[in-house]
Design a protein around this ligand. Structure first.
Ligand code: GLA
Ligand code: GLA
Length: 672
């Protein structure tokens, strides 16, 4: 089992707490209600800069001192925010150049949040001062449990075109390429006369007449990721120096493209993220996928849901609330997949401001008998029974390759097919695992793959130096690899790997592609695989076999009879190529067959819409079963093992009934 760097002492339960929006008497009421609801952790101060530093250098911590004390007296820990997510009005007034600039060259205005330029030296300096003050002041406060750095980096402003950012971009390029000749070569600037003589010739690509240079676009994305990451690291360093023992993190977001969370995660003591499934979409499979991704960012370590909502948000066109029981159920889906607690945005529903119609743990009525508060209280009570889950991992024998830089590159314009979505391709493969409750991790193309028996690489367009060897070695050592169309096409600068596609993977796949055939939206083709037929759409590869065998053929169009799916035995393993976008049933059948060969099975079999996930640690082997159906379900358990139902304390074996819209958390009993 991989080492866990930080384990929460118990299941965290609570949410964002914004006491500065309320009179002091409400703080006492809050603390009492928190205690009643089983809250043990709240995030304080996320947007408090303006009331902590009222004017430049004029700090006022009196209110926060009091809040920290009250919370501590009521047994509520504090995840103290560094308050840097929304700089105060005085910063924009005194230093307008600290504001971020949008892609049309216009400065953002003050009055919402996250308006700072990540590359503003003024903002950075002010951040350092504030964070140092906060850390010095609260380093010994017994309520301080964790540091919440900034908030959702990049959420609103993930690109900045300010003069400070341009200067920083040029410096970043100098560091990356040393000479401008190297930059020219990597970006292919002889194309369209884009050659630069000096690093200072490089400008932003925010207003080019047509397609901008792809290598430069890609590097700009890397640069913005790094700019925001520098902000995080700058704060982290201060906190580490002053409070070395207090864990630090920032909160990640749903399907968030601009930040390469794999590289960020290394610098977080615990990965946390904010999950807001839209109740209109039914079972939150996409969020389950993100939970699995979040767990994977730090090699399988537990994460923490830092925000979700009790009922409804206020930022969709129509904000449908979660139905009774759904908040609980979806919380367990997160817990099953590795979350060591559940936190909400926010504790008390705001009276004023842009989020006053956003749900909270305590609604506007303030009523303990409201549906919302009762559900909050119930979950709080339940989580207290689940401490043995903390630190437990989800053992997975299968993995899906996910790579942020590939996401950036493959969705830039000028491709054979410009409506391809990387996430949609990944989701097609993830669906098979989700539906069958087979545990799956996400990995990077250069990750150590030796603990997996099965790896899927959907649309891995960008293959960087050494990654092909990693995949080859994995298969050579006995792994099964599935690669799908438009993979292995470019290097890290978006330059083609010359030769037949996918050049770097030809060896392991034993086939090559002569031509791409993107399909018009209304077009379909068909695959024949033995006696079975499946629909396919979007894309066809014209494939030639080298050492591979065809596992399915196209039945229509001018390339009919040519292979569509191929299998190549390689070393001790096998590499499969899927040269089209088949209907889901084909992916399900293909992956299921390959996993069966490898003995990869779910922890128990279940009907549709029932999640079963295993979480294991030194404290025991758990099964979390989440029934999203409106009717009860019967689950057969592995015989010869007995379990304790942690929510009721009863012992079970052989089979269990899970009620409609309900959960079971089973811990395997010690062997008698
Ligand atoms: C135009 C331009 C060419 C090239 C082609 C591509 O014709 O003149 O330089 O960009 O489009 O279709
Ligand atoms: C994000 C932010 C919170 C709040 C919620 C509302 O997650 O971090 O401050 O705005 O959205 O859903």
């Amino acid at each position: 089992m991989k080492a866990i760097s930080y384990i929460l002492p118990s299941m965290a339960y609570g949410g964002d707490y914004n006491p500065e929006q309320w009179e002091e008497n409400v703080w006492y009421e809050d603390a009492v209600l928190m205690k009643k609801a089983g809250v043990n952790l709240v995030s304080v101060g996320i947007f408090s800069w303006a009331v902590l530093e009222r004017e430049e250098g004029r700090f006022d911590f009196t209110w926060l001192d009091k809040v920290m004390d009250i919370l501590h007296e009521h047994g509520v820990g504090v995840c103290l925010a560094t308050a840097t997510a929304s700089p105060p009005a005085w910063l924009s007034r005194n230093y307008p150049e600290s504001l971020a600039v949008d892609s049309s060259g216009v400065r953002y205005s003050f009055g919402s949040r996250q308006h700072y330029s990540p590359n503003s030296p003024v903002y950075r300096k002010a951040v350092k001062k504030l964070v140092t003050k906060l850390a010095e002041r609260y380093k010994d406060h017994p309520a301080l449990k964790m540091w919440h750095i900034n908030n959702e980096y990049g959420c609103h402003v993930s690109e900045c075109y300010s003069p400070d950012s341009l200067e920083a971009f040029r410096a970043w390029l100098r560091r990356r390429y040393t000479t401008v000749d190297t930059l020219n070569e990597k970006w292919g600037t002889n194309f369209w006369s884009q050659r630069y003589n000096y690093f200072d010739d490089v400008t932003f690509l925010n207003n080019t007449p047509t397609f901008p240079n792809p290598g430069q676009q890609l590097d700009y994305k890397r640069f913005m990721n790094d700019s925001l990451f520098e902000l995080y690291l700058l704060e982290k360093k201060i906190l580490r120096d002053i409070t070395p023992g207090v864990p630090v993190f920032t909160n990640f977001m749903f399907e968030f493209k601009p930040l390469n969370y794999f590289s960020w995660a290394r610098e977080l003591d615990v990965v946390t993220w904010d999950t807001y499934p839209d109740p209109r979409e039914g079972t939150p499979e996409a969020h389950a996928m993100q939970h699995d991704l979040m767990r994977s960012l730090k090699d399988g370590q537990p994460f923490l849901v830092m925000e979700q909502v009790t009922s409804h948000v206020n930022w969709r066109d129509i904000n449908v609330p979660k139905k009774p029981g759904e908040m609980r159920l979806w919380s367990y889906s997160a817990t099953a997949r590795g979350s060591d607690g559940i936190m909400f945005f926010q504790w008390r529903q705001s009276r004023a401001g842009a989020e006053k119609f956003h749900g909270a743990m305590v609604p506007h009525s303030g009523d303990e008998n409201s549906r919302t508060y009762r559900e909050v209280q119930q979950l709080g009570e339940e989580l207290k029974l689940l401490d043995s889950l903390t630190g437990a991992v989800v053992p997975a024998k299968a993995a899906i390759i996910f790579d942020w830089e590939n996401w950036w590159a493959v969705e830039m314009e000028g491709k054979p097919h410009n409506k391809l979505s990387y996430l949609e391709q990944v989701k097609t493969y993830y669906h098979t695992f989700y539906k069958q409750n087979i545990a799956v991790d996400f990995v990077q193309p250069g990750s150590d793959l030796s603990s997996y028996h099965f790896v899927a690489a959907p649309m891995l367009y960008m293959l960087k130096d050494g990654e092909e060897k990693n995949l080859e070695n994995y298969v050579g050592e006995g792994g099964t690899l599935v690669v799908s169309f438009f993979s292995g096409i470019v290097d890290e600068n978006d330059r083609i790997h010359l030769g037949y596609y996918p050049e770097p993977l030809r060896h392991v796949l034993g086939m090559h592609v002569e031509e791409f055939v993107p399909m018009a939206e209304a077009d379909t083709n068909q695959l024949s695989a033995g006696t079975d037929h499946y629909r396919c759409t979007t894309w066809s590869d014209v494939i030639h076999l080298d050492t591979a065998e065809a596992a399915a053929y196209f039945t229509g169009d001018w390339y009919q009879g040519r292979p569509a799916v191929t299998t190549n035995p390689y070393g001790k393993g096998k590499a499969v190529y899927v040269g089209t976008e088949p209907e889901q049933a084909f992916i399900d059948d293909l992956l299921t067959g390959l996993m069966r060969e490898k003995g990869i099975t779910p922890p128990a079999f279940a009907p549709q819409n029932v999640e079963i996930v295993e979480r294991t640690s030194g404290k025991g082997r758990h099964l979390v079963i989440v029934n999203h159906n409106q009717e009860e379900t019967r689950i057969e358990l592995e015989s010869g093992r007995s379990y304790v139902d942690l929510l009721t304390g009863t012992e079970v074996e052989n089979e269990v009934i899970v009620q409609a819209v309900d959960v079971l958390v089973l811990r395997e009993a010690e062997q008698k």
